[in-house]
Design a protein around this ligand. Structure first.
Ligand code: C2E
Ligand code: MG
Ligand code: MG
Ligand code: MG
Length: 277
């Protein structure tokens, strides 16, 4: 009996896996066409200085799937990375974000996430130069967000890539700081323009003394190196005031603004500021 159930169990399990695999193949296939079909779009989340001034927007990609609806990047970026579609998506995001920012009536920064695959590409600096030229955006307004993973993979190569990007005059931020290896050696080795404290630490602020200690240490370390700190994922006034108190330089999170579409009809209007405090 047990044997019988076991087999049935295996059969069920297998067909569930088949289904998953089929779903994934279908998504991979659809993703390949998504850029051409204009199914990708960007939302922009505000970043503000501790004094309440709007200083930047981070571009966050979304995929409006014709059948499944809007799919978040956490679901399709990994698939794109594994199936080789990522380069096309990355190029589109970079170009679109630069164009959008170039249309604003104020010289705010635009932050663009860079996947590990994109950072490893030989011609990343060429792509960035092209996006800047075609959009007319000043290099100093573009910030690329990289994660710790891309730095440790191949440090000497990462150094070369970083140097070629810095030579263009753009900014580099270290995203999700604290969730990866958080090695102090690359803080020393890489010319970072900003460190973004991961939202997991921010979420725990005010509830755990330990997360406050970590945030305080990261801010102290970064400031010691002359690097400004941005905290992401701020949802409450309590988190906000703790971070201001600790000397955090810039803020981002639902409290200040959710990721939002900036319709082309808005482009000629003033960009809304919602100053907190
Ligand atoms: P990330 O770069 O760390 O982006 C921040 C994520 O946190 C975004 O999720 C944002 O919507 C969310 N978030 C912002 N404020 C809050 C808050 O107060 N509370 C909470 N709970 N969440 C908040 P999203 O848009 O789903 O993006 C997830 C990740 O996907 C990003 O993490 C980034 O690593 C990646 N990603 C997004 N857009 C792109 C892209 O264009 N290219 C690449 N390569 N990766 C992207
Ligand atoms: Mg980011
Ligand atoms: Mg982040
Ligand atoms: Mg994050």
């Amino acid at each position: 009996r047990a044997k019988h159930e076991g087999r049935g169990g295996i059969r069920l399990f297998t067909s569930a896996m088949d289904q998953q695999l089929r779903d994934r193949r279908a998504l991979e296939h659809d993703l390949r066409l998504a850029v051409e079909r204009g199914e990708l779009y960007l939302e922009y989340q505000p970043q503000q200085h501790r004094d309440g001034t709007l200083v930047a927007y981070e571009a966050l990609v979304r995929w409006r799937h014709p059948v499944r609806g809007v799919i978040p990047p956490g679901e399709f970026i990994p698939i794109a990375e594994q199936s080789g579609t990522i380069a096309q998506i990355d190029d589109w995001v970079l170009m679109e974000a630069c164009r959008e920012a170039a249309s604003w009536d104020r010289p705010l920064r635009i932050a663009v996430n860079v996947s590990a695959a994109q950072f490893r590409r030989e011609n990343l600096d060429g792509e960035v130069r092209r996006a800047l030229r075609e959009s007319g955006l000043a290099a100093t307004r573009l910030e690329l967000e990289i994660t710790e993973g891309v730095l440790i993979e191949d440090m000497s190569r990462a150094k070369r890539t970083m140097a070629s990007l810095k030579a263009l005059g753009i900014l580099i931020a270290l995203d999700d700081f604290g969730t990866g290896y958080s090695s102090l050696s690359y803080l020393e080795a890489f010319p970072l323009d900003r460190i973004k404290v991961d939202r997991s630490f921010v979420a725990a602020l005010g509830q755990s003394e330990r997360s406050l200690a970590i945030v305080r240490a990261v801010i102290g370390l970064a400031h010691g190196l002359g690097v400004p700190v941005l905290a992401e994922g701020i949802e409450t006034e309590a988190q906000m005031s703790l971070l201001v108190e600790e000397g955090c330089d810039e803020m981002q999170g639902y409290l200040l603004g959710r990721p939002q579409r900036l319709e082309s009809s808005d482009r000629n209007r003033n960009i809304p500021i919602r100053a907190v405090s």
